[in-house]
Design a protein around this ligand. Structure first.
Ligand SMILES: [Zn+2]
Length: 476
């Protein structure tokens, strides 16, 4: 359509077109573009008449002269005007009205190409777009650049400028081009940005195509998050079950690879086998596993054909929650949660400790630390640490104990008593751990562990044949 007059500055039609003009979607989204064009054509004629009578909703839009296809040839393009703009297009007074904020957001993004700028300091396809889980390119419509003298001198988040109270560089103007990709990724997932986007969508009630598309993205993201939470709940429960039963988690070699997960003849290890078993009865988990397996198979094919570079060899943005790294993180999270709970139960109460060490299968001396305390008239006994021992002397063990307490936030001076075995490094009244503790907590009580005493007694008794027979018959 061809009109002989310009749209009023800041009109909804003008700013919508600006967004569509500067924000051309990739090929995959051409259908969306067509819809936007159709919407704009229908909007043009009606909005021209109504908006000419109303004042400009936002002073920052004063230089928005026209709509593509609605301007005369002598008039400059919107992008030409914007690229020569100053700070007025990248700041808003905090007191401005909501309608002005929405109009401000809609006149962005300004995302110049190589032809519109000299020497872009970033690669447009990586900077202006992000990849979703399916590998589709999604334009960052919030990301906008300030151009001066055909050079990008700063980049901003238009939504945060309008709807966030944060002091992020994306509000005042980010000039870090060296790490611009990381900065953009970090900002995109920050809480302040997500809050600002939510506020924008909540406030913006008009149902134009852009809003619907963005809402669909936001809704999809929310759905993905909820599904991931459900999957993580299952993973936590499985880890807890295996730990409770003392069962190993992992399998051998490539048996844990996700592209092998559909092969029933392979033992995938206890963790993955339980995950598969549960997925038969749980749709969200089943969907998640199917997605992970498909992606893993696709990547394996690419790897076989050597199409994956070192840079793209990972799983990309796909989070599986099924790797041994996830299991490790879950175990650490559970351990931390348990320790925090135990520490809050102990509080400022006094407690006693039991410490003993032994070698593990890797021939590393490991010391276990157990605390005993009273809670609601019941004695609680909790394992709080398993520590590798480098110095097995009384002094070395004491230092190890103190540093462990410091990490846990446990008060060393609150030790009421300690119980160890009869080894000299533990029990010696002069150089043992017992003596080291007594130096700093003089009223603590040492007790030679009765279980160790009983064990020694029974072992010695078994040297006598009659006593051995008696014990065996007694124990049954
Ligand atoms: Zn932002």
């Amino acid at each position: 359509m061809k009109l002989s007059f310009a749209a009023p500055a800041g009109s909804a039609a003008a700013v919508s077109k600006t967004t569509a003009e500067v924000c051309t979607e990739p090929d995959s989204a051409q259908s969306s573009d067509a819809l936007i064009e159709a919407e704009l054509d229908s909007e043009c004629s009606s909005e021209m008449i109504t908006l000419q009578q109303s004042p400009s909703p936002c002073s920052a839009t004063a230089s928005l002269q026209d709509i593509e296809g609605c301007r005369t040839e002598a008039e400059p393009a919107v992008s030409d005007v914007l690229f020569e703009t100053t700070n007025t297009h990248f700041s808003l007074p905090s007191t401005c009205a909501t309608v002005e904020k929405i109009a401000f957001v809609e006149m962005h993004p300004i995302q110049p190409s190589n032809t519109e700028c000299d020497d872009l300091p970033f690669k447009g396809s990586d900077f202006y777009f992000r990849k979703n889980v399916n590998g589709d390119l999604i334009r960052r419509s919030w990301l906008t650049c300030r151009v001066s003298n055909r050079m990008v001198d700063a980049y901003f988040c238009s939504i945060c400028i309008a709807f966030s109270n944060s002091t992020s560089p994306f509000v005042s103007g980010c000039t870090n081009f060296r790490h611009c990709y990381q900065a953009v990724n970090k900002h995109e997932t920050s809480k302040s940005h997500c809050d600002a986007v939510n506020t924008y969508f909540t406030i913006k009630k008009d149902r134009n195509i852009d809003t619907l598309i963005n809402r669909a993205h936001a809704s999809k993201k929310k759905k993905d998050i909820l599904q991931n939470i459900e999957v993580m709940k299952h993973i936590f429960d499985i880890v807890k079950l295996l730990a409770k039963q003392g069962l190993p988690f992992r399998a051998h070699g490539t048996n844990e690879s996700l592209y092998n997960l559909n092969n029933c003849e392979i033992n995938h290890g206890n963790f993955l086998e339980i995950v598969l078993f549960l997925s038969s009865y749980d749709d969200p988990l089943k969907n998640h596993i199917e997605k992970c397996v498909l992606e893993s198979e696709r990547r394996k094919k690419l790897r076989t054909r050597r199409l994956l570079t070192k840079k793209t060899a990972g799983r990309g943005s796909l989070v599986t929650f099924l790797s041994y790294n996830t299991v490790k993180k879950v175990i650490r999270a559970i351990v931390q949660s348990m320790k925090t709970s135990i520490m809050s139960e102990i509080g400022e109460k006094r407690f006693s400790i039991q410490v003993d060490s032994t070698q593990d299968v890797g021939v590393v001396d490991q010391a276990t630390v157990v605390v005993r305390y009273v809670k609601e008239e019941l004695v609680k006994e909790r394992l709080i640490s398993v520590l590798p021992v480098k110095d097995a002397s009384g002094r070395g063990l004491n230092e190890l104990l103190k540093s462990s307490f410091q990490v846990l936030g446990l008060n060393y001076k609150k030790i009421a008593g300690e119980s160890f075995d009869g080894a000299a490094n533990m029990r010696s009244a002069y150089v043992g751990l017992r003596a080291q503790i007594a130096k700093e907590v003089s009223n603590s009580v040492y007790i030679w562990c009765y279980s160790h005493l009983l064990n020694l007694c029974i072992s010695d008794c078994c040297d006598v044949q009659e006593a051995k027979k008696f014990l065996v018959s007694y124990i049954g």
